[in-house]
Every structure is written in structure tokens, then in C-alpha cells.
Design a protein around this ligand. Sequence first.
Ligand code: ADP
Ligand code: ZN
Length: 604
Amino acid sequence: MRQAHEVLREVFGFGGFRGCQEAIVRAVTEGRNALVLMPTGGGKSLCYQIPALVRPGTCVVVSPLIALMRDQVEALKAFGVRAEVLNSSLPPDEQQRVEQALNGGELDLLYVAPERLMQRRMLGRLKQVQIALLAIDEAHCVSQWGHDFRPEYLQLGALAEHFPGVPRIALTATADVRTRDEIAASLFADGCEKFIDSFDRPNIRYKVQPRHNARSQLVDFIRREHAGESGIVYCLSRKRSEQVAGWLNAEGFTALPYHAGLDGDERRTHQDRFIREEGLIVVATVAFGMGIDKPDVRFVAHMDLPRSIEAYYQETGRAGRDGLPSDAWMVYGMEDVYRLRQMLAESGLSDERQRIERQRLEALLGYCEQSECRRPSLLGYFGETHAGDCGNCDNCIDPPKRVDATEPARMALSCVYRTGQRFGAGHLVDVLRGKESERVSSLGHDRISTFGLGAEQPPAYWHSLIRQLLAAGLLAADPDGHGGLRLDPSARELLRGDDSFRMRQDPPRKPAGKKRRGAPAKDLGPTEQKGFDSLRALRLEIAREEGVPPYVIFHDATLQALLAERPDSLDAMAGVQGIGRHKLEKYGQAFLDRLRSLDSGTSG
Ligand code: ADP
Ligand code: ZN
């Protein structure tokens, strides 16, 4: 393990391991199999990269996406690690060069796609060289239940026979028990040690608010808290992602759409720009995300409800991989619930599966409506407990008021009942508020007892209450997705007067948040900000020259550490987080000069 610590410090420039990393590195380095569950940003890559450098031979890394492999190899090379990738998109002479390096024992890591790895020719080639270990990244791709199923992954089970005695490590950020068991069963017939890290992402701040004017809510949020920073905005449809990107561009941000309707070239260009430029926003459908390793995504915004808490957590997890403060922000409304239900009804899934998916959706609605700390509900989904009061979610920072709403809740439920349990929130609110419309009167709903009973409250109040009744399970939405609401049997007690109901008061529409300026999500004073901007500019310059993303040179966290520690020599710089030997040699002097010029600028 002494060697492992040395590699961690000398090559990667990190002072110590995080969480389970050390135990995992030990197991694999000593030749044992490991199944690793860690959240996005938890630091999975080091778990095989360090054993790769400590054990003799080459580490073969299986990864599902070409773009992901390319980025990882790029980042490793910047640390001076001998890594290459083999895939079908390489020109033949490149392939030959890589294969020769492999044969010559000159590679620490070789990245390959699963279908390529399992080809007889490739297996034969690998059997002739020394393999240090086999790493299977994004291992949830073996799960047929999961969302990223790749049939090629199922063949990876045979690796145990092909490479007896070579340790295997499988890694994923998808943690549900079913997927976990599937991975263990298909990849580790010969057994493995399991390492399950906490799924908490303490640097991510969760914020959820009812949608009233999506455009101005989003623009406000980005302008106030993330001007000039990179972010992902998720939408449910292609059309919507085009529209939202248009809004943002009109407001002076740089935003690019990303969805399955764009052709391959355009998608690649947009993804590439997102990775290589700073301060770009991608407005995407769920097609965007896996394979984005960008560490400095400062916010993930959801304009529409995702399908489930799991999907939400996975998508929000793409924020703040570098551990710096980041936001997961979402707006939602009843129309989301209707739309998702309709999509489900038209999905062709079995009834049983649809029922499960509906429950998942309801759980997410409950999450949106809750007024306590959000972290326990999120982590509960991964079988983890959390004491609450995290201090870093909207409900902790600005606890919503809860007020007794037993009478209004009864009114709303009774309105649902008297209109025949088949109308959606819009119509129910019209009736409750006594709207004299064609539709209301033609249905005779202006003659029922709840007509106009709630006129003194604005529509938003009733919409909120109905959502909360749905989230509390007192109302149920029709499975067909047309938006009809009916009473759940559990509503009976409240209707009879044997129960009470408290509702959360929605925050005022324009929260007076404090304005946060530019770059790092950590609040910096003006001098620090200037220094940070200057280091960022230098980084971008170097990145352009080398044709790599800026974060491959140094992460934001490293720039901040440089500013905080102000090393005055290369030796002193060697101790700064994220600066290994290779990067020190390559970039040390340039950053040292820049730091000095900052000092002379501010003192003069
Ligand atoms: P994952 O693959 O689990 O999403 P990564 O391996 O990309 O996570 O690591 C996430 C970030 O954390 C990276 O920026 C990496 O450099 C950083 N990191 C990982 N381990 C450590 C450590 N022991 N000390 C400091 N930073 C670390
Ligand atoms: Zn909290």
C-alpha cells in the first residue's frame, strides 16, 4: 500500500484516499475481485487506475462509450500515465501503434469497448501479454432491468475463464439492490468483495419549486447563481429542448440543444463544445449524460419532472463531480404528472411494470411536495439513512411554512367526488373558484355544492393543494394519463372529519436571493475572483494549444487551491491538490509566473 499512496501523491497529486477508495485499491492490488458502488463523482476511476500503476502489466478497462474512453485517456495522459484506447473509429495505423505498445508492455491502461474485447482476435492478443487487472466501468450495463442495458456486457462474465488469476473490478453509480445482484451474478461467478460507498453528494444543493413561469424562473436562477458557468438543463422532449435553448440564447447565455432528433455530427459537436469550452449550457433530453465526465458542471436544472427519483438522482449527480458547491434545481407541476402517465400508458409496458413505474412517479411527486430536508428521501432510495437537516437543500435553508388546511382539503376532495371523479386539476379549480364558464355550466357543475366555495383563494393555491393531496395519496390520478383525479379510499377519513391535513405554503414567487457572481460556486471576494479568472484564462489558453478540455489541465479545485496557498516555488507547488509530478513539470512554471504577476498587480 505504500506504493499506492506514492502513486496517489506523485502521479495524481492527491494527499489521501477518499471513502472506500483505500480498501478497494488494497483488495484489487492484492489480486481480489471487487464490486464497487459509488455515487457519480465519488472517485471510482482511481480505484482501478492506481492498481493499474502498482501491479505489473496492463490494466484493461471496459467502457461502453467511445467518447468516455477518449476523454479518460486524455485526462490520464495529462497526468503522464501511459494510457491508450482501441476502438473501431481509430485509423489503421493508430490501431497498429497501440497494439505494438501493448505487445511491448508499454501500456499502463488500455480502454476497449466490450464487443471489441470479446472478439477472439482481441482475447488472443491480450492472452499473450501480462494483464494487471480487468476493470468494468458502468457495470450496471449488464442489468436488463436498468436503463442502459448493453447486451455485449453479458458476455463479460466469460472473462473469469479467459483470464484466470487476474483480478476484476466492476464499478457503477447505479445502486439499487436488483442491479447490484445482477452485476454480481453475471460478472462474478467466482465471487467478489462488495464495496458500497455512501451515495450522499454533500456538495449538491437540492432545490425544487412549483412551475409558474418556467422561462423566467430558469433565467433568474442561472443569472443569479450561475452566470458564466457550465450547466445542463434537462427537458422531456426534443421540441422543448430546442425551445429552452432558444430562450437562453435570447437572454445572452450560450446554450446548445442536445437530443435524439439532431444528427450524429451535430450531437457530437455540441457535446464536444460543452466539454471543451467554459460556461456553456446544454439543454438536453435524457439522451445526454452518460459519458459526460466533465467535473465542473455547476448546475443541473430540470424543466420537467423526470420519471423517478432514481432517474432524478442520476441526472442531478452530473453536477459537481469535482466536489465544489453545485445546484440541482427543478420546477414541476401537475401537467408533468399527466404527461408522464400518458407516456406510460402508451409505452406498451406490461400492466405490472406500468404499476411500478406509476409508483415511482408518485414517489417523486412526494419528494417535490415535502417540506422537510430532502436528503433523507433521496438517500432512502439507495437504502441509506440520513439524519436530515443537511443544511444544504432548499427546505433546510429556508424551511417552508406548514399550515392547517383541513377545511380546504375537504372542499377539494368533495369537489372531486361531486364532479364524478374524472376531471383534472384545471377543471376542479374552476369549479372551486366558481368560474362561470361554458364548460362548467354545460356539465352542470355550477349547481353542485362546492361551486364557488373557494373563490377567495387564487388558482395557484388550489393547484398547490391538489398536488399535495395527490402527493399524500389522498387523491389518485387516472392511469390513462388524461389527468382525471379520483379519491383514494384513504381520503374517506378526512372527508368524514376524522382526520386533518396540513399543507406546505409555496414560497413567494420572486424569492429575494442574494446575487452570486460568476465562476466558482464558492463565494469569492473581488480580488480572489480576479485571480481565479486570470488562472482560468491561462488554463484555457494552454488547453486550446493542446487541444484538450480545460479541466484536463487543472480542475477548478486546483486553481482555487493555488490561489489559497500561493506557492512561491515549484517545490511548494508540488504539494497542491491535483498537481502531480508530470503536471508540475509541464504547467508549473506558467502558473507560478501567473501567480506572481497577480501579486505584483494587487500590491502595486
Ligand atoms: P466517478 O467516476 O466516481 O464519477 P471520478 O473518478 O471521475 O468519479 O472522480 C471524481 C473527481 O474526484 C475527480 O475530479 C477526481 O480527480 C476527484 N478525486 C477522486 N479521488 C480523489 C481523492 N482521493 N482526492 C482528491 N480528489 C479525488
Ligand atoms: Zn436538507
